[in-house]
Design a protein around this ligand. Sequence first.
Ligand code: ATP
Ligand code: LTN
Length: 334
Amino acid sequence: MIGDKKVLFSGMQATGNLTLGNYLGALKNWVSLSDEYECFYSVVDMHSITIRQDPAILRKRARALLTLYIAAGLDPEKNCIYYQSHVSGHAELAWILNCFTYMGELNRMTQFKDKAAKHADNINAGLFTYPVLMAADILLYQADVVPVGIDQMQHLELTRDLAQRFNGIYGDVFTIPEAYIGKVGAKIMSLQDPSKKMSKSDENPNGSIYLMDDPDTIRRKCKRAVTDSLGEFRYSDEQPGLHNLIDIFCACTNRTPKDVVSEFSGSGYGQFKEAVGEAVVSVLDPLQKRVAELEKDKSYIDSVIKNNAEKANYYAQKTLRKVQKKVGFPEKIR
Ligand code: ATP
Ligand code: LTN
């Protein structure tokens, strides 16, 4: 707890161009939760280097992501929006937690297996211990709630196991976090292959709508989305392409699948795809305009970066000092 509020932590990597899946599955939920909790939203740049990055591009994307958090509606006066690499406590706690994590636990992580297969020439130790750094992110702020997409559940389970293990040995040190999975938009699938999630690292750009796509591109991608030949307007697992488009439409317009099915039953897929395109444009267009505005105000963004790193550091140090003492590190002489 901070004051009378529960703590929320989440983060996103600044690798690749963010997709509609990232927005609907993550960012949009963050905004809706930001009044209720004391929130920490990090640009997790330390996680990004588990895959080789061009330094100039990473720096640029990290700033763009931080700006996007604000543009999406997270008020940086109320929410702590900061770069992970500006708070050394993440790395320090990750090291300690590494010593409480079993190889077998990390070997089971499906994201590691996927990423190792994708980057077979660079299966580094950081990629392997990535979930431990993620656990450190969360536990450092004593987070109660962690909004993530379903794909991150396994990492969150590990975080809970580590916290429980540590508490079991040393007493109540860490808050045990709960996942928060949003109801709509939890898993947006690729427009070209609805069996795969929409992902920023997808090689086929037509499968993903990028947050910075212009309106015509968005409309075109929606129009070309893969559906089926059944020709019936239903919300069913047997029609994964249509199911996904309905999910996107609902998430963008705050409607329920039931309402949408009754409105569009009788319409052709083509007509619905157009409506989906318009709904996505109406969400992304204002977002893009706010990003452009904010980007002009360099000193404002700089002040957010500085002030929020200080705030994050304050809370991080509190937990870190407690943990260091528990494991037996000698006290610093001040
Ligand atoms: P990559 O392709 O590089 O693995 P990604 O697009 O899967 O990236 P992440 O950086 O892993 O994105 O995820 C950031 C956040 O967005 C996470 O909370 C994740 O659960 C959520 N997210 C990512 N893709 C989707 C999706 N298709 N639908 C819903 N949520 C998603
Ligand atoms: N692994 C996450 C990003 C991430 C995160 C976190 C999410 C890093 N640290 C802590 C929630 C809490 C991802 O790739 N989506």
